[in-house]
Design a protein around this ligand. Structure first.
Ligand code: BG6
Length: 467
C-alpha cells in the first residue's frame, strides 16, 4: 500500500490515566470515581479505605515508569501519545480554589519526556473519572456548579501546558453516560433519563466552555470531542429496522451534533417529549454551546446491528453497548465483533455529517497473549486486526475523508475499563502483571511492536491488503 496516509499523519497510541498510572494517592491526589470502581466501569461502587485493594491502584505503574515506556513508544516511532490528565491530581476534591502543584509537576515531567523524542501529546481532560469529592458534595454533573469547577480545571491545565500540549479532547466517550452514568456523569447507576440528560447537558456546556478557553489560551491549539463510535447497521432491509437504526445511531450522534454544530438537533425535541424527559437549558447555555470543536475524535472497536423486534434476538455486550450480533462477522475472545470495513464506513458517515477533520483515538484488539519459553509473544491476531483496520483507514482517506491521525488503544498492556482485567491485553508491549496483581511489571516487546514500528516508519506503506 502506498502514499495514502498524509505526510504529517499522527501515528501513535492511546492510554488513560486511571488505567495506567496507578499511584492513586501519590503527591496529594484525591479519590476519583474510577478509584471507587475497582471492578471496572460496570462494577459496584466501593467505598475506599487506606491501602491497595484494586488493580488500578498500581495499574502498570506508569506514574513512576513513564520514562521507560515513552522510550519504547519512541522506538516504535510514535508521533503522538494520547493520555489523560487525572483531574484529581490537579484538584484533589474538585472544588479547591488553587491547584495541587505536585500533580501539575508530574504532567510537566511527562510532557517534557515526550518532547525529548518529538512525541506530541493528545490530552483528554476527563477520561472516565472525576473527583469523587464533586460526586459526594454536589451530586456530580447533576449540579450546575460542576461546570465551573471543570472550567477552572481546564483553564488551569491550558495555562500550565499551553506551550507543551497543542491537541486536547474534552470528555472521553461522552455518549457512554447514557449506559454508565456513574462513570460518565457521577450519577447513581439507577438514575432516571431526565436526571441523566440534565447532567449530560451540563457536561456539554462544560465541554463548550473548555473549547472557548482552549481557543483563548493555547496558541495554535486544537480541541476536539470524543465519541464512542458505536456505528449500527440495520439487521435487515425491513423499513422498521432501518428507522430504528437511525433512531439508535442518533442516541450517540446527538453528542457530536451538539459539539460540532453548536445547538441541539431538532430530532431531540420529539425524543425528549415522547420519553417525558425534562432538561433545563438557559439562554446563556445556548450561547455557550455555540463554541464548537475543531475536530472530531472517536473510538472504534466494533459495529453492531439493530432490529425493530429486539425480543426475537439475543443481544451481546460489546464496547459498553448491548447489540444484536451481525451474522457476517467473527468476534474477539471478549465477544466484540470485528469489522474493519465498519471503520471506513464510520469515517465517511462522520465526515459527511460534520466536514471536520477526524482523529481515530482508540482502536485495538483485547486478547489473551501467551509468553513463550524464550520470552517472545507472537500476537499475529493483533497484527491482523490492526492491519485490516488501517487498510480501511487508507481507503477512507482515498474516499476524501480528512484523517488527522490514529492512536491505537493500549500500545502498552493496561487495566481494561469494563472489568478491570489485566488479562485483556491490547499492547505492543507486554506488562508482567496478572488479574490478581501478581507480576514484576517488567515490559517486553511483542511481535506487533516491530510490526507497528514498520507501519509508522513506512507511513503505512508496509500494510497488507489481505482481502
Ligand atoms: C473505551 C474506553 O471504551 O474502550 C477505554 O475509552 C477502554 O478506556 C477501551 O479501555 C477498551 O475497553 P476495555 O473494557 O476492553 O478496556
Amino acid at each position: 500500500m502506498n502514499g495514502k496516509f498524509p505526510q504529517h499523519f499522527l501515528w501513535g497510541g492511546a492510554v488513560a490515566a486511571n488505567q495506567v498510572e496507578g499511584a492513586y494517592q501519590a503527591d496529594g491526589k484525591g479519590l476519583s470515581t474510577s478509584d471507587l470502581q475497582p471492578q471496572g466501569i460496570f462494577g459496584a461502587i466501593t467505598p475506599r479505605t487506606e491501602g491497595d485493594s484494586g488493580i488500578k491502584d498500581v495499574a502498570i505503574d506508569f506514574y513512576h515508569r513513564y520514562p521507560e515506556d515513552i522510550a519504547l513508544f519512541a522506538e516504535m516511532g510514535f508521533k503522538c501519545l494520547r493520555t489523560s490528565i487525572a483531574w484529581t491530581r490537579i484538584f484533589p476534591q474538585g472544588d479547591e480554589e488553587t491547584p495541587n502543584e505536585a500533580g501539575l509537576a508530574f504532567y510537566d515531567r511527562l510532557f517534557d519526556e515526550m518532547a525529548k523524542y518529538g512525541i506530541q501529546p493528545l490530552i483528554t481532560l476527563s477520561h472516565y473519572e472525576m473527583p469523587y469529592g464533586l460526586v459526594k458534595h454536589y451530586g456530580g454533573w447533576g449540579d450546575r456548579r460542576t461546570i465551573d469547577f471543570f472550567e477552572r480545571y481546564a483553564r488551569t491545565v491550558f495555562e500550565r501546558y499551553k506551550h507543551k500540549v497543542k491537541h486536547w479532547l474534552t470528555f472521553n466517550e461522552i455518549n457512554m453516560s447514557l449506559h454508565a452514568p456513574f462513570t460518565g456523569v457521577g450519577l447513581p447507576q439507577e438514575s432516571d433519563k431526565s436526571a441523566i440528560y440534565q447532567a449530560i447537558h451540563h457536561q456539554l456546556v462544560a465541554s463548550a466552555k473548555a473549547v472557548k478557553a482552549c481557543h483563548e489560551i493555547v496558541p495554535e491549539g486544537k480541541i476536539g470531542n470524543m465519541l464512542l463510535g458505536g456505528i449500527l447497521y440495520p439487521l435487515s432491509c425491513k423499513p422498521e429496522d432501518l428507522l430504528e437504526t437511525q433512531r439508535q445511531n442518533r442516541d450517540w450522534l446527538f453528542f457530536g451534533d451538539v459539539q460540532a454544530r453548536g445547538y441541539y438537533p431538532a430530532y431531540m425535541q420529539r425524543f425528549f417529549r415522547e420519553n417525558g424527559i425534562q432538561v433545563a437549558i438557559t439562554e446563556e447555555d445556548r450561547q455557550t454551546l455555540r463554541e464548537t470543536i475543531d475536530f472530531i475524535s472517536f473510538s472504534y472497536y466494533m459495529s453492531g446491528c439493530v432490529t425493530a423486534d429486539p425480543e426475537q434476538y439475543e443481544t451481546a455486550r460489546g464496547n459498553i453497548l448491548d447489540m444484536v450480533p451481525n451474522p457476517h462477522l467473527a468476534s474477539s475472545e471478549w465477544g466484540w465483533q470485528i469489522d474493519p470495513i465498519g471503520l471506513r464506513y464510520l469515517l465517511n458517515v462522520l465526515y459527511d455529517r460534520y466536514q471536520k477533520p477526524l482523529f481515530i483515538v482508540e482502536n485495538g484488539l483485547g486478547a489473551k497473549d501467551r509468553v513463550e519459553a524464550d520470552g517472545s509473544i507472537h500476537d499475529d491476531y493483533r497484527i491482523n486486526y490492526l492491519n485490516d483496520h488501517l487498510v480501511q483507514v487508507a481507503e477512507a482517506i482515498d474516499d476524501g475523508v480528512e484523517v488527522m491521525g490514529y492512536t491505537s488503544w493500549g500500545p502498552i498492556d493496561l487495566v481494561s475499563a469494563s472489568k478491570a482485567e489485566m488479562s485483556k491485553r491490547y499492547g505492543f508491549i507486554h506488562v508482567d502483571r496478572d488479574d490478581a496483581g501478581n507480576g514484576s511489571l517488567a515490559r517486553r516487546r511483542k511481535k506487533s511492536f516491530f510490526w507497528y514500528r514498520d507501519v509508522i516508519h513506512s507511513n503505512g506503506a508496509s500494510l497488507k491488503d489481505r482481502r
